[in-house]
Design a binder for this molecule. Sequence first.
Ligand code: TRP
Length: 337
Amino acid sequence: MEQIEQTEPKKKILSLIQPTNTPHLGNYLGAMQNWVKMQEEFDCTYGIADLHSITVRQDPAKLRAQIKESYALLIAVGLDPEKSTLFVQGHNPNHAELSWILSCYTQFGELSRMTQFKDKSAKHPENINAGLFTYPVLMAADILLYQADLVPVGQDQLQHLELARNIVQRFNGIYGDVFTMPEGYITKATAKVMSLQEPTKKMSKSDENPNASVWVLDDRDTIIRKFKRAVTDSESEVCAREGKDGIINLMSIYGAVTGKTLDETESEFKGKGYGEFKLAVGEAVADKLAPMQAEFKRISADKGYIEDCMKKGAEKAFRASRKTLQKVQKKVGFIVF
Ligand code: TRP
């Protein structure tokens, strides 16, 4: 029998990450690993949101280093620059151009309601700049430029995605089908990773306690030390009983990196103490991250390679988004050559 060719185009996925902090274990097990899996099934575009990051004051040299680090990390976790489009937002001028146009189709009132704007302006009262206010418009431009079907985002970005959907509805309502309506893509996290110091709180990039979060580029000794210091309880049994938030968190991290179920972990550590268990979790996490860290080291040492990938990614992103921008320009009445 003849095989029927699959002609349906792959759905488009788009997501950007801010370069302002090294991802932690929760980002890795939740988002980054999923991105790699999605690469086979979808047409993926992943970017480093350098334009977004300067809404908060940054040290230029540090920012430059972080953009490179974040970009290299995308490749190190397993994203293939040939298969997916990996780019730096600021390298594609179409983002800023579309953002301006969309800002004229976004209401002041809508932006005033964004909770992240309210939070960030409360946190930085000395620098409530216009970019911080229009940040969600730029994010809408990122998404709409590529006609993305699906946008993997965390809970904190859902309101921004909803705004992008409102812009699509408004714009398409006036000019016809210009933009694809994007949907949020909430991935099933392998593990919900909680803080090692306050296990009822999610692991966070901005935690002040240096022992609370494990960074994906932490070395082996640091990882093990942080797990050894993880907050547990005054009992001694490794089991997922209610109230044992610290132990449950460790068991779930252990499961995510080893593939073991909670029951399997419980029997593995029956009669053993917390000390032994914590060490095992630390070692398992370090083992899991080691290949990615080695790959990160290898590609970071090759400056030419990263730059080359960035340039190719920028070209790909530019080409993939130019048509949308020109269509929008024509629709609103600009002269386009
Ligand atoms: N605002 C997002 C964040 O802080 C990053 C981001 C920028 C983004 N543009 C995007 C995410 C487009 C998804 C799609 O996490």
